[in-house]
Design a protein around this ligand. Structure first.
Ligand code: PG9
Length: 629
């Protein structure tokens, strides 16, 4: 029992039955080097947004960095419970803490402790949003409040964040507050249909459904799906179509699932949300450093698309910057010395944050800071493993780049050659069976396991190379380095005995049989760039059409950007297959109006042929650049 003194000096005892959980408890904060303020910031329509402001106790005329998140502002502002701001904020924020910044996290409207309705990746005011608010106005109103109400600040605000948080950074650029002086969108979600979270070239990404569940069943974080299976390959296959899978968990009742299922094609719903288009049509006023990873397994499209859309406005090379590291999705904010089996020269993510991003932010946000020596493009070249300071991106492409693209042709006997095919067999074929789709990682497939998901884009492809439904073309060992800097373009001539088909194409660096310094890389098949294309969109992304059975047709699409050198002794490989399961929903291979609702009888085996004749030259146009000395 704890004794306490009364005014008269007698000792009063705490009654044994005094409730042990009482009123509000607050731990003393004197020893902390920061103060945390929680405020509800009013938006122009009266909705209040929950905002955590972390201020170093030493702050005087300090800049502010704002992240607007659907992932719990309170949690984002508390990596650890600690009296030290460095330990309290996320790993990626350490350089900001060391530089004395004020850090602000805010729940977007409708999520966690913010008021208002939640709309997934809420579209900008316009054809899809007739209200008076969006992420641009919410960012504007928040920044306006911050500069007037945080006395320790110098009135300058930067915004940064990754993925969804990168999307909210880009949204703020649509109509930026004058106090917004710098923006760092990282791995941003830009176009959910072309190549970011929901679809890639029309093929639907099944994990989207679990995300919609977590994101929209409650204001906070929804429960994980109770799948009842260890191997998601089995569970997803059994459910049939994506709609069948959604129905199993009640997800078909969720509004955003309905929106997804109602818009399988690249219609106005997606086009009006494509942030590269929207921002490209507005004036860029804020210095913007767009950051991404070469192996971004969630948003491989957006960063490059935004950079490209904004670049025509940046004649003086002082507004629009691009950074590409050897990272996974959002990897820039964590430890960056390796990815899967790949090892780099030190913590590349920290190097970038400390040596490039911090000086860039300081230049624009801190009073009296020197001009940063920021290159227009900073890119880590893998293979050689070194940072490159570049004037532009890409360095090679079909037209308008310093170097022209160079085609590598699929050839007879599964060869890959830099000259067009001259003879031999006209095509190679395989049976694509939707009942036995090709897995995207070795089974058992654990979709929720971060150790599987995060590095999967660099996983050794040998686990599928010998499957009869995967075509593998390979070059001779290279005698000179082959440097690639840009987006490979697939130019595939193929047919199906069905009336619809998916085409997965992979560009792979095959390591020599022996790699003495890292033996487990002997013979490794490292994917450099790979993606999927849903055949029905070959003539129009907006209006799908059935494929004529047996007729060779052209499938042309871009793969994700790479900056990599395939070293001498390595071989170049291209793989082609027609499913990537259960990451992507299966194409039934019989044309149906909406694949989401395909019925069991629609899923049919089909024979797929890939042509390599003088008239039908299947090739990958590679962004080949002269290797740097
Ligand atoms: N890639 C995630 C996401 C962004 C936007 C919409 C849906 C998902 C993310 O990591 O935030």
């Amino acid at each position: 029992l704890i004794a306490s003194s009364t005014a008269a000096g007698a000792t009063a005892q705490t009654p044994p039955m005094a409730p042990d959980i009482g009123g509000r408890f607050e731990a003393p904060t004197e020893s902390a080097d920061y103060v945390k303020r929680v405020v509800m910031i009013p938006m122009r329509d009266g909705v209040k947004l929950y905002t955590v402001i972390v201020v170093p106790k030493s702050a005087r005329r300090a800049p502010m960095l704002l992240t607007r998140t659907p992932y719990n502002a309170a949690g984002r502002a508390q990596r650890n419970r600690s009296p030290a701001m460095l330990a309290t904020l996320p790993q990626g924020d350490e350089t900001f803490v060391q530089a004395g910044y004020i850090r602000v996290f805010q729940d977007v409207r409708g999520k966690y402790a913010s008021e208002g309705d939640y709309v997934m990746t809420r579209p900008l005011r316009g054809p899809l949003n007739a209200t008076k608010t969006d992420h641009a106005t919410d960012a504007w109103d928040t920044i306006d409040w911050l500069v007037k109400n945080v006395p320790e600040s110098n009135g300058k605000v930067g915004m940064l964040g990754s993925s969804y948080e990168g999307f909210t950074v880009l949204m703020a650029l649509a109509d930026p507050h004058p106090a917004l002086k710098a923006a760092v969108p990282m791995s941003p979600m830009v176009d959910g249909w072309r190549g970011d979270d929901w679809f890639h070239n029309g093929a639907f990404r099944m994990p989207s459904l679990a995300f919609v569940n977590a994101q929209t069943t409650v204001r906070g974080r929804g429960e994980a799906l109770a799948t009842g299976v260890y191997d998601d390959y089995d569970g997803t296959l059994r459910a049939g179509s994506a709609a069948g899978y959604a129905r199993q968990f009640g997800l078909d009742k969720l509004t955003y699932t309905k929106k997804l299922f109602e818009h399988p094609a690249y219609d106005s719903y997606w086009q009006h949300q494509a942030l590269d288009r929207l921002l490209g049509a507005r004036k860029l006023k804020v210095p913007t450093m767009t950051v991404t990873g070469q192996w971004d397994q969630e948003d491989s499209y957006g960063a490059f698309a935004v950079y490209e859309a904004l670049e025509p406005q940046d004649r003086d090379n002082n507004l629009n910057y691009l950074v590409v590291g050897p990272w996974r999705h959002s990897g820039v904010n964590y430890e960056g010395s390796s990815l899967g089996a790949l090892k780099f020269t030190g913590d590349t993510a920290l190097e970038f944050r400390r040596d490039v991003m911090q000086p860039f932010l300081d230049e624009h946000l801190k009073e009296g800071a020197p001009k940063a020596d920021t290159p227009p493009v900073l890119s880590y070249q893998t293979g050689t493993n070194r940072w490159q300071r570049l004037q532009r991106w890409p360095l090679a492409c079909a037209t308008g780049c310093p170097a022209p693209a160079q085609a590598v042709y699929l050839d007879d006997k599964f060869k890959l050659a830099f000259k067009a095919p001259a003879g031999g067999a006209d095509y190679d074929e395989y049976v694509s069976d939707p009942a036995k789709p090709v897995p995207f990682v070795p089974r058992p497939v654990r979709m929720g396991d971060p150790d599987v998901w995060r590095p999967w884009l660099v996983s050794d492809q040998r686990f599928v190379t010998d499957r009869p439904d995967v075509l593998t073309y390979v070059s001779e060992p290279l005698r000179a380095p082959l440097a690639l800097a840009g987006a490979p373009i697939v130019n595939l001539f193929a047919s199906t005995s069905g009336t619809d088909a998916d085409w997965v194409v992979k560009v792979i660096d095959v390591y020599p049989d022996e790699v003495p310094s890292q033996p487990e890389l002997g013979g490794y098949q490292l994917p450099l760039s790979m993606d999927i294309f849903r055949g029905r969109y070959r003539n129009s992304l907006e209006t799908p059409s059935a494929i004529t059975a047996g007729k060779p047709e052209r499938y042309r699409f871009a793969l994700p950007n790479i900056n990599h050198v395939i070293l001498p002794g390595h071989r170049l490989m291209v793989q082609i297959q027609s499913s990537w399961f259960p990451l992507y929903d299966r194409n039934p291979q019989r044309y149906v109006p909406n694949i989401f609702h395909a019925q069991p009888a629609d899923y049919v085996k089909a024979t797929h042929r890939v042509y390599h004749t003088p008239a039908l030259q299947s090739a990958i146009e590679l962004p080949v650049v002269p290797p740097a000395p």
